[in-house]
Design a protein around this ligand. Structure first.
Ligand SMILES: C[S@@+](CC[C@H](N)C(=O)[O-])C[C@H]1O[C@@H](n2cnc3c(N)ncnc32)[C@H](O)[C@@H]1O
Length: 211
């Protein structure tokens, strides 16, 4: 499996079968969380960074379902081909290439960071979480959603998934909690995404930069 596997998937990504049971429900859950954050946060404009934004589906959904009157949107991904597809769909979004392990942003810049189904592919997950913390403003929130190997069934399914993605690590709820702690982030909550019985655990971890 080469390092540009996501370039390979880019043109096929929006039509993959996992859209129905994993990726679309993921976006729905993240949108619901974002709406609740915006309701509770009385500040005016908020800046959001989507790390590993892929073909820009979440950013497109945010624009359509939440609007951009209060949100400044930025998307970042390592795959140029994913970004090229995102760029075809999106207006009024800053899109740039970069690595989650070395984010191309100055510190304390974003209020909200989303990261959907990208974290398992990072070679150094603590480093990525430290980068997330660095670019977040004090009190900033991370919505991190990923498949989690919480039990034997999850491990079996994700072993099959790895055949299509290459090397990956799907931390369990407890492991993610430890990673967050080591990176200096506060784990507020973990919410399971329930779709079909045959799907593996997919967990939304809500983390906060407590600085
Ligand atoms: C499964 S796709 C998820 C795309 C999108 N977030 C979604 O939910 O559909 C994983 C994405 O993570 C990106 N990615 C993998 N490793 C990365 C890294 N180190 N830095 C930034 N992006 C990365 C890939 O290029 C790919 O677009």
């Amino acid at each position: 499996m080469n390092k540009n596997i996501w370039d390979f998937w880019a043109g096929r990504y929006d039509r993959l079968w996992v859209q129905k049971y994993s990726l679309k429900p993921t976006r729905d859950l993240v949108i619901a969380e974002l709406k609740s954050i915006l309701e509770d946060d009385l500040r005016g404009e908020l800046s959001l960074l989507d790390v590993g934004c892929g073909t820009g589906q979440l950013l497109e959904d945010i624009q359509r379902r939440i609007g951009i009157s209060r949100l400044t949107l930025t998307g970042m991904d390592k795959s140029e081909k994913m970004l090229a597809i995102a760029a075809e769909k999106l207006n009024n979004v800053n899109l740039l290439a970069g690595d989650a392990l070395d984010l191309p942003f100055r510190g304390s810049q974003f209020d909200i960071l989303t990261c959907c189904h990208s974290f398992p592919y990072y070679s150094d997950q603590i480093k990525a979480l430290r980068e997330f913390k660095r670019v977040l403003k004090p009190g900033g929130v991370i919505l991190l959603i990923q498949a989690a190997e919480n039990n034997f069934y999850d491990k079996l399914i994700m072993k099959g998934v790895k055949v299509t993605t290459g090397k990956a690590s799907y931390p369990s709820n407890a492991q993610l909690g430890k990673l967050a702690q080591k990176a200096g982030l506060f784990l507020k909550e973990q919410k399971p995404l329930k779709t079909k019985f045959f799907m593996p655990s997919i967990i939304l971890s809500i983390l906060q930069n407590g600085d």
